[in-house]
Design a protein around this ligand. Structure first.
Ligand code: MG
Length: 288
């Protein structure tokens, strides 16, 4: 089954140079891999894009990915309105305040988290680098609040467009992607529990606009070291419920940390070659 598809939007600018051929090739290569999340940017794409930037100058480099989106047709005016930030509730752990990455490490749990710290309490994915994970590990039942915004990448396609992700216990991805305006909801779209369940509605904001996930998660139930019930997640995207007590019928979605599903795990934010931004991530333990 094909999980991904190509969506095209009007280009912010026309580029008829031979360098655009290089970028076009990258996009064609990317299109060949639309059935999977790309672990890292393919070497040939990196080489072509690097050569392009060094020799000619890139329209992508020149365009602020969080700048003007006036050439994007909005479905409704509020799609361009940020979701208000949600203060950390009493008793919650503030995992990401955007002022430091002290609560985080690289994916291997050893290297420092080296994503970009920006003004306004914002952290941006740094590519190519690695996913980042919380130093603290979690199990049981909890609520996770995440604010994020997706770059405007009109020349990118499918899984190359604003891809990141939020992994529960490091194993189960809630997809982050530019799915704005997609009429068919799939299991790799923004808000999907990756490969498990498509969101029940597409409530995506436009790229560059702040969005939120509020995830109520229950870890797998285990009898000793044997899993007897799967993890379950209810997900609100921009305040709208898009998953209602969905069993996560796997021990690990693509590119998760894996490991024993009966053990605690961190929150993981995915690096997937796109400068997605995050702010204000907190976790509140809940009674089961
Ligand atoms: Mg992803």
């Amino acid at each position: 089954m094909t999980l991904s598809r190509t969506r095209q939007r009007p280009s912010a600018s026309e580029d008829g140079t031979k360098s655009s051929l290089a970028l076009g090739l990258c996009q064609q290569r990317a299109a060949q891999h639309l059935n999977e999340e790309i672990p890292t940017m393919r070497p040939h794409c990196v080489a072509l894009m690097t050569a392009f930037v060094l020799t000619v100058g890139s329209p992508i480099a020149a365009q602020d990915p969080f700048g003007d989106i006036s050439d994007l047709k909005l479905l409704k005016p509020e799609d361009k309105v940020d979701v208000p930030t949600t203060p950390t509730p009493k008793g919650a752990i503030l995992l990401l305040d955007g002022k430091s990455l002290d609560n985080w490490t690289g994916r291997n749990g050893k290297d420092p988290a080296n994503w970009k710290l920006l003004d306004g309490g914002v952290v941006e994915v740094k590519s190519p680098t690695a996913d980042i994970i919380t130093k603290q590990q979690f199990d049981g039942k909890f609520k996770l609040h995440v604010e994020f915004r997706i770059p405007y990448q009109p020349k990118a396609m499918g899984q190359r467009r604003g891809n990141s992700g939020v992994y529960l216990q490091g194993r189960y991805e809630i997809q982050v992607l530019d799915s704005y305006g997609a009429k068919v909801r799939q299991k790799d779209d923004c808000g999907a529990i990756y490969s498990i369940a498509a969101p029940s509605e597409n409530v995506c904001k436009a790229p560059t606009v702040w969005q939120s996930y509020d995830i109520e998660y229950t870890a797998p139930k285990c009898d000793g070291d044997k899993k007897v019930m799967p993890a379950v997640a209810t997900v609100y995207h921009n305040g709208v419920k898009i998953h209602d007590n969905v069993p996560i019928t796997t021990d690990n979605t693509l590119r998760g940390l894996g490991g024993d599903p009966c053990s605690a795990g961190p929150i993981l934010l995915q690096e997937n070659g796109c400068p997605v931004q995050f702010r204000n991530i907190w976790l509140l333990a809940m009674k089961e």
